[in-house]
Design a protein around this ligand. Structure first.
Ligand SMILES: Cc1ncc(COP(=O)(O)O)c(C=O)c1O
Length: 273
């Protein structure tokens, strides 16, 4: 699925309908549609309820199940959003979530929700693949989250939203109008940006790393690498607000040295521009 199948509300159902019709003409039925309806990665959009209904109707019509990855659904700024696709049509949807974003990635714990016929097949595959998941980690998460989930997630979401604000301010200050588009996410842990076409972000990875900065170049986050070479994803989960501010300033410096963009940071014209 190319990034052009997305808009600011997430998956475009008209684009998906065209793809399914094209495949249908070749007698191809996809095994499933994978999608991230809530806090799409990398654009941070939330698929509105109406589109969720359209998606379910369309995939029912074509006999294609939907694989719903909701690992960011607990981390939205506005609290509860539209219902999950699974809640709207359990027969049609396999729902997965993760504790990587709400508690700790290193736990490697997630979950699947599906109707029993589907679940039986998934469990059989999982046993074969990795002999099951460690019981102790599951017991620790179950024990902690059975009492603290709401409070923990509320605090975490507030912290993440504050860090996003710090990052957006820093990007506006350091990059100014050099940022052609900023997708302010409705939750989650990352910000997706578009710089001018003449900036190839893949060439910034090395110099940025030398300056101690890691970022995600657009082509690694898109099914269409050629149209996303000026996009990038910045993650704000782990660093403090001060580290975020310093990091964005240092990244703007690297970007200017390599590409001449941004010409101004904090409204000051850079030397040599
Ligand atoms: C959309 C999405 N799904 C799944 C994962 C992976 O989650 P886990 O750490 O549970 O394997 C990520 C991690 O970044 C993600 O962004």
């Amino acid at each position: 699925m190319s990034i052009s199948c997305l808009d600011d509300d997430g998956l475009r159902i008209d684009a998906l309908a065209r793809i399914l019709e094209d495949l249908g003409r070749k007698n191809i039925v996809p095994k499933y549609i994978y999608t991230i309806p809530t806090v799409q990665n990398p654009t941070g959009s939330i698929l509105p309820r109406e589109r969720r209904e359209q998606l379910l109707a369309l995939t029912r019509k074509h006999g294609v199940p939907v694989f719903e990855d909701e690992c960011y659904a607990d981390l939205t700024w506005a609290g509860s959003g539209p219902p999950s696709l699974y809640a709207m049509d359990p027969q049609q949807v396999i729902h997965i979530g993760s504790f990587s974003k709400t508690l700790a990635p290193s736990l490697r714990l997630g979950y699947v929700v599906a109707v029993p016929e589907v679940m039986n097949q998934i469990v059989a595959c999982k046993r074969e693949a990795d002999s099951g998941t460690g019981a102790l980690d599951q017991m620790v998460v179950a024990e902690y989250f059975s009492r603290n989930f709401g409070e923990h997630v509320e605090g975490l979401t507030q912290t993440l939203h504050g860090k996003l604000d710090a990052m957006v301010e820093a990007v506006e200050r350091e990059f100014g109008t050099a940022v052609e588009k900023m997708w302010k996410p409705k939750g989650g842990i990352f910000l997706w940006l578009k710089l001018p076409d003449r900036v190839d972000v893949t060439k910034l990875v090395g110099p940025a790393a030398k300056a101690g900065i890691a970022f995600n170049p657009g082509p690694e986050w898109s099914c269409n690498p050629t149209t996303s070479k000026s996009h990038l994803r910045l993650c704000f989960a782990l660093p403090s607000k001060d580290v975020i501010r310093d990091g964005v300033a240092a990244f703007a410096r690297v970007c200017f040295e390599e590409t001449g963009i941004p010409e101004r940071s904090a409204n000051i014209r850079r030397a040599g521009s």
